[in-house]
Design a protein around this ligand. Sequence first.
Ligand SMILES: [Zn+2]
Length: 295
Amino acid sequence: MRLCADVGGSFVDIAAFDDAGAIGWRRKVPTPVDDWAAFVAVFADVLAVVACERVSIATAGLVDPVSGIVTSANIRCIDGRRLADELARVLAVPVRVVNDADAFVLAEAARGVAMGHERVFGIILGTGVGGGLVERGRIVGGAGGIGGEWGHGQVVHDSPIAPGTNPVFACGCGLKGCLDTIGSARGLERLHRFLHGIAADSFAIAGDAAAGKRRAVATVDYWCDLVGGPLAMLLHAVSATIVPVGGGLANAPALIAALDARVRANLLIPAAIPVVVPGRLGDDAGLIGALVAGG
Ligand SMILES: [Zn+2]
């Protein structure tokens, strides 16, 4: 058996996989964000009753592939720790830790919508914008584990002749106009408010756009420009052939279909079938990605 966990800011989804890769046992517990001892106990308690040879964890936050140090703003008790090494020491089993966006892409490449593709660039459109690049079933981690993270970097600039007319929003990373400020669910809502002065939920905006309502159509059209342009450029740069989408907005199929159409319109090599597609594994993606990453 292998113990796998998907550690998010609110919950730890934890499961034991059998040797055939099927889930044999699973539960969800609140994440002890500030309590290291309680965090360790989440795993130790399971290992005390379910015999597992190794542990694999997908977690929110960056994982430096060289030092193993995790940087996590939301889960403070693991921030700055060599998480895999420290857990392995107390749990007395090998531990592998990967970023959760990378785990999502690994899972979709191994068992999901991206099966059979050599190079997969997966994206997360949720509370923020994340991503991961997987080549031949392996994560391209990059310096500091930042490989595939396309959310930060300016995509919206202020107009030099009419300041304030473009949707340039401050980003949590310290920059302005990042893709993260536009491409996330909150970003879509922010853009709608900026364009029309209307506060609406991201799913309502996506639904209204699909129904042809004028203002929502304009918002989604602009959103597709701002997200789809950089995405098409990235696909050219890394030669990925499919983009599985995870995060909350993956549950808005019409929005993802609109983004796919915009991306394909920007590709130099035409794609006859959808490229940007919702992931297939849903809530299991993090766990399966952790399993795959654990080897
Ligand atoms: Zn940023």
